[in-house]
Design a binder for this molecule. Sequence first.
Ligand code: AMP
Ligand code: MG
Length: 310
Amino acid sequence: MEATLMGSLRDHHRKSELEVALKLNGSIRLKMAQFLQERGFVEIPPVIYSTATDPLNHPVYDPSFDYEGTRYSITKSMIFHKQILVQQFPKIYSFSPNVRLEMPEKAKTGRHLLEFTQLDLEMLDATREDAIRLGEDLFCDVIKHVKEKHSKDLESIERTISVPSKPFRRIKYMDAMKQYGDDFESILSREAKEPFWIIDIPLEAREFYDRESDTEKGILNDMDLIYPEGFCEALSGGEREYKIERILERVRAKNQSPEQFEWFIEEARSGLRLSAGFGIGIERLLRYICGYKRIEDTHPFPKIPGQKSV
Ligand code: AMP
Ligand code: MG
């Protein structure tokens, strides 16, 4: 990329790629909101900072600050806000900006930004099965919409995509690992012609809040959606741990402390019901739809791991 934004946009190729991504960004967000509202979901405003945010299961730097004697972190995901609010509003979603100060080597993947947006949603009294079905319907509707309304835009960037057939294939995490080794996600994604699910993710590979199976110890009722053509992870989600004793056990097993999540734990003490949901990264979805090599090609002001940004 050239040093200045104006400089880089004088390159017609870069400008038209970005223009298509921006046009699609607005269009798919509208489509997603319409899809969800027709199914009774209520949009909630994003939370930009909070006393408790997602601990994640991989190392990132933690941007936090003090205000009037209270410590706040910038939102890494709205998981806790979703799980608490859904108890009163049974179907919710947000276009939630997240800041994750990923390690510099993540720039190599072509799918990590330090600042991105996820469509984050949650449903009360719902199971992973419900979340999977909703995810498939949402994904297919968005792709169908893009094909119908944006065929000229896709043509201009020489991209063809197709609406996948439902239900998507499912592969168990441990089976994939046994067959393909640690790099199974990339290998399977490169081989695939249609998106597929990785399900039954082991406890060590995820955060404390995903719910453990009642029948298989150490296995979570959660899932990732993986794009075909080597674009890798699209979304993560699953059922949430909702019994306070289980939540506390899982927090301790991660060597985290309940104080870190005080606000959430206090709410959870008053009794939660089961919920399920997922978060799908908007820039990654745009990258897949456009077929771009790098996620930063979808954004005018991309924040790339390890690099200085404006
Ligand atoms: P997670 O629950 O951590 O898997 O995050 C939910 C979704 O957000 C992922 O499946 C991705 O689509 C997206 N996402 C997560 N981290 C990043 C990142 N650093 N840059 C862009 N998108 C991301
Ligand atoms: Mg994930």
